[in-house]
Design a binder for this molecule. Structure first.
Ligand SMILES: Nc1nc2c(c(=O)[nH]1)N[C@H]1C(S)=C(S)[C@@H](COP(=O)(O)OP(=O)(O)OC[C@H]3O[C@@H](n4cnc5c(N)ncnc54)[C@H](O)[C@@H]3O)O[C@H]1N2
Ligand code: MOO
Length: 409
């Protein structure tokens, strides 16, 4: 029997993944850009805010004139007008003058600070300033949020709600992104029935199609579920060939191991122009992972075990789906943090371990409590908020040691 003859490390496979060409660019509305990646740096065409604005309701003043003001010894200024919202003031502030202003109002020429209304007393057309303000106090300077020519977002970075807001704020309505990769999912196994159907004895419902589809969408890809294929080499060959016409990435769930009914490897090797890049990954769980290149497209054989399939997705497929969309650097991976581990964990040298973990805070910071369970069980993963990564060159970690955590979507 042929065993895993090309066990590769996660780092090696990630390196291979970076050699797939990113997809072509397209332009989309801001409303469609959330979670996608900027194709290049975006520079601001203007200042935000475009003029200096008050951050408080009160009086626009010349800060220097308020120095030394206090209750009993106020600075008295003449109120020369009120600044209407949404309009530029049609006057400037001279010495000894103040103007009523609302939060967000445009500072008049001559003013450089705002005194909050609760620190003033009005007497007719005069205002007593009861506390001093420093220059710039209670004011958002023109260009303080973003200056013209500032880089708002770097190429390869994911659009977040706040970044989209900044782009809207400087009048950018459309952005360049890379196309969403289409990712086909083929579930294999004679025992599988569609999840809406009632399984007969010996059958189980197809879980991986839905969990992988959701993971693909979370990563910004377009999920193409191709249905269930029986343990039959010809049927699988046909399904994979069809999937390769439709998608840039094909996931075959199940049949990746070394059993007599595991046809994934045979089928991949038969695909015209296919190049086997990895059969066997130095990771637990997920060892029987396959990756091949067919032209510019990637075909993964994912382990059928429900947790292994999703974990390998997060470790390898998600970075590819992000890379194809132009993601760079840490944007390729799930967000990472560090936590103390709540118990000793053993690991074997030469392989990375990913352990599901419950995350919680106490007075020492973030703690990761491992959740154990075989890879055929899904609820330990469903209960986890993170994955502890034990690197390849480690024999394990001691209770209280800091460990790297991937935060689960
Ligand atoms: N002799 C050995 N046997 C196995 C090894 C090994 O090294 N030597 N590795 C084990 C590991 S680890 C894994 S992981 C599995 C991987 O097996 P396959 O990728 O060939 O997957 P299947 O055999 O088709 O399925 C495994 C398991 O998962 C269930 N499954 C599959 N697809 C789905 C689905 N879409 N929804 C729900 N459940 C699914 C399937 O019924 C099996 O129970 O191999 C081990 N064996
Ligand atoms: O390596 Mo398997 O993927 O443990 O279940």
């Amino acid at each position: 029997m042929e065993f895993f003859f090309r066990v590769k490390t996660v780092a090696e496979v990630l390196d291979i993944i970076s050699s797939f060409p990113p997809l072509p660019e397209e332009e989309v509305d801001l409303s469609e850009a959330l979670g996608r990646f900027a194709a290049g740096n975006i520079l601001s065409p203007e200042d935000l805010p475009p003029f200096s604005r008050s951050t408080m309701d009160g009086y626009a003043v010349r800060a220097e004139e308020t120095f030394g003001a206090r209750e009993g010894e106020p600075t008295v200024l003449k109120v020369v007008g009120e600044i209407p919202m949404g309009q530029a003031p049609d006057f400037s502030l001279g010495p000894g003058e103040a103007a009523r202003i609302a939060t967000g109002g445009m500072l008049p020429q001559g003013a450089n600070a705002v005194v909050m209304v609760e620190h003033t007393e009005t007497i007719g057309d005069l205002v007593e300033i009861l506390r001093p303000v420093a220059p710039g106090e209670n004011v958002l300077r023109k260009g303080e949020d973003i200056s013209q020519e500032d880089i708002i977002i770097k190429g390869g970075t994911r659009f977040t709600p706040a970044l989209l807001g900044l782009l809207a704020g400087v009048g950018i309505g459309r952005v360049q992104v890379r196309q969403r990769p289409r990712v086909a999912i083929i579930s294999t196994g004679d025992e599988l029935v569609p999840s809406q159907e009632r399984p007969a004895p010996g059958q189980i419902r197809d879980i991986n199609t839905i969990s992988l589809s959701a993971a693909i969408m979370e990563a910004g890809g377009l999920a193409l579920p191709m249905g269930i294929v029986p343990d039959d080499e010809e049927a699988l060959f046909k399904a994979v060939s069809l999937a390769l016409e439709e998608a840039e990435v094909v996931l075959i769930s199940g049949g990746s191991s070394v059993g007599t009914r595991d046809y994934t490897l045979k089928v991949i090797e038969r695909l015209p122009g296919s190049e086997l890049l990895c059969h066997g990954l130095a990771v637990r769980p997920g060892k029987p992972t396959i990756l091949a290149r067919v032209g510019h497209k990637a075909v993964f054989g994912l382990p059928g075990q429900v947790t292994s399939a999703l974990l390998v997705f997060y470790i390898l497929v998600r970075p590819l789906v992000c890379h194809l969309q132009g993601a760079q650097g840490k944007e390729l991976f799930l967000p990472r943090t560090w936590a103390r581990v709540s118990r000793n964990l053993a690991s074997a040298m030469g392989r990375e371990d990913y352990i599901r973990a419950h995350l919680s805070f106490n007075e020492d910071g973030l703690w990761a409590e491992p959740i154990f369970g075989r890879s055929g069980l899904l609820s330990p993963l469903a209960r986890a908020q993170g994955l502890i990564r034990i690197p390849q060159n480690s024999e394990g970690v001691y209770q209280g040691e800091m460990v790297e955590i991937f935060l689960l979507p």
